[in-house]
Design a protein around this ligand. Structure first.
Ligand code: AP5
Ligand code: MG
Length: 216
């Protein structure tokens, strides 16, 4: 089963993908995580992408499509993938259709996590993650069980993302509304779009996703 998690920054795509991948045996493919890995390694792609990411814009389609193509090919023998943060433009969505067709695969569901802009700004201003394993946390809704110690790896170092500043969050939201929201009618027309209220608790949203995927 191949699934897209579509939604504005901070709607919970990464949080939910981590839960769902374990439960369904699917591989999470996050273009944001892939780009941050390139930034950390200071590759040419990473250096170009960092400037755009820091400004809250979208990295050009051809760079993203080349990057995800190799990951999709590597995941060919998996049970399926969760695409987290891809596609984000109509050009990317059309390229995804062609790549899946070449691999003889189908797209089974596009889950739209719906969250109001004001809540997004709050959530992202409160987000932090483990500097060692990347496990995601939130100052209000999800802190480690033992204060200051990562639940997953035991590290005591945490970090915040460079693009989680209020002015950059607003720009990322504008990019979402202008360039990514047009994908909603695109997938609705294909009959695979499932909108979901993403403003409940993490557990409630997870249950909602589960009930959508169970019937796919
Ligand atoms: P990316 O890393 O994909 O960022 P994003 O889409 O802006 O989304 P986030 O990762 O910020 O949020 P999320 O939806 O994963 O939410 P999370 O689960 O963390 O992309 C970064 C940048 O890379 C882009 O701006 C762009 O420049 C570039 N890029 C990436 N992909 C690209 C592409 N395809 N094309 C072009 N450019 C691309 O949750 C957020 C917080 O809320 C956390 O603290 C979490 O604990 C908390 N939380 C989650 N769910 C709940 C809940 N239900 N209740 C309470 N708190 C919750
Ligand atoms: Mg994410």
């Amino acid at each position: 089963m191949n699934v897209i998690f579509l939604g504005p920054p901070g709607s919970g795509k990464g949080t939910q993908a981590k839960h769902i991948q374990d439960h369904y045996g699917l591989k999470q493919l996050s273009t944001g995580d892939m780009l941050r890995e390139q930034v950390a390694k200071q590759t040419d792609l990473g250096l170009q992408a960092k400037r755009i990411m820091d400004e809250g814009g979208l990295v050009p389609d051809q760079m993203i499509i080349a990057m995800i193509r190799s990951k999709l090919e590597q995941a060919e023998n998996q049970k399926g993938v969760i695409l987290d943060g891809f596609p984000r433009t109509l050009g990317q969505a059309e390229a995804l259709d062609s790549m899946l067709q070449e691999l003889g695969k189908a797209l089974h569901a596009v889950i739209e996590l719906q969250v109001d802009d004001e809540l997004i700004v709050r959530r992202l201003s409160e987000r932090y993650s483990c500097a060692s394993c990347g496990e995601g946390y939130n100052r209000t809704s999800r802190n480690p069980v033992k204060s200051g110690v990562c639940d997953r790896c035991g590290s005591t170092e945490f970090s915040v993302r460079d693009d989680d500043k209020p002015e950059t969050i607003r720009k990322r939201l504008s990019a979402y509304h202008a360039q990514t929201a047009p994908l909603l009618p695109f997938y609705k027309q294909k009959g695979i779009l499932s909108p979901l209220n993403g403003m409940g608790t993490i557990e409630e949203v997870c249950k909602g996703i589960d009930s959508i995927l169970k019937v796919k």
